[in-house]
Design a protein around this ligand. Structure first.
Ligand code: NI
Length: 186
């Protein structure tokens, strides 16, 4: 699925951001709280949505575009019409019940593997109006929020996998990056 959301109606002002790719060490930076919901932050949010939609993703953490602040954008809808912005999110409750589900990540292209997550969570976060909201969510949205909030702690989902699997993924992505760079020089 591609195409920008109708939520933001200023496509000419939007910028595609570069998504860091595992194993880039910057992905392991712990994000700091967002200090103010101002024009800079709103522009960053719209650029992040544009970048996420263009990459056919359902979630993107600021960490992935090398901005180390506690900010996440999510849209799990097929039509890209349910944008969700979480500023300074905190998980205040997570179900003991977990489920193993397949995950992928825009920073780990082409890799999908199982991760165990709480099936339901409660999250507090500020919205774009600077209002503190509490969300109770389950299913795919709960998984997505947990995945994106891991990014803010410098954690990429492959770190839940065995060292053997993780090393295979690392090797594959390092080779892919070299191939991409070589192709770029031609
Ligand atoms: Ni991710």
């Amino acid at each position: 699925m591609r195409g920008p959301s109708s939520f933001y109606s200023t496509p000419l002002l939007m910028t595609q951001l570069t998504i860091l790719r595992y194993p880039d060490s910057r992905l392991h930076t712990v994000a700091k709280p967002v200090a103010a919901v101002d024009a800079r932050l709103k522009l960053l949010v719209s650029d992040m949505f544009e970048t996420m939609y263009e990459a056919a993703g359902i979630g993107l953490a600021a960490s992935q575009v090398d901005v180390h602040e506690r900010l996440v954008v999510i849209d799990i809808s097929e039509k890209h019409d349910e944008p969700l912005v979480l500023i300074n999110p905190e998980i205040i409750w997570a179900s003991e019940e977990t489920r193993l589900g397949e995950e992928g990540c825009l920073s780990v292209p082409g890799i999908y593997d199982g991760v165990e997550r709480s099936i339901a969570i409660k999250v507090t976060a500020m919205d774009l109006d600077g209002q503190l909201q509490t969300l109770a969510v389950e299913g795919m949205l709960a998984v997505c929020i947990q995945h994106e909030m891991d990014h803010l702690m410098g954690k990429v989902f492959v770190e839940y996998l065995s060292p053997l699997k993780r090393n295979r993924i690392k090797t594959k992505l390092v080779k892919q990056k070299k191939d991409d760079e070589r192709d770029g020089e031609r």
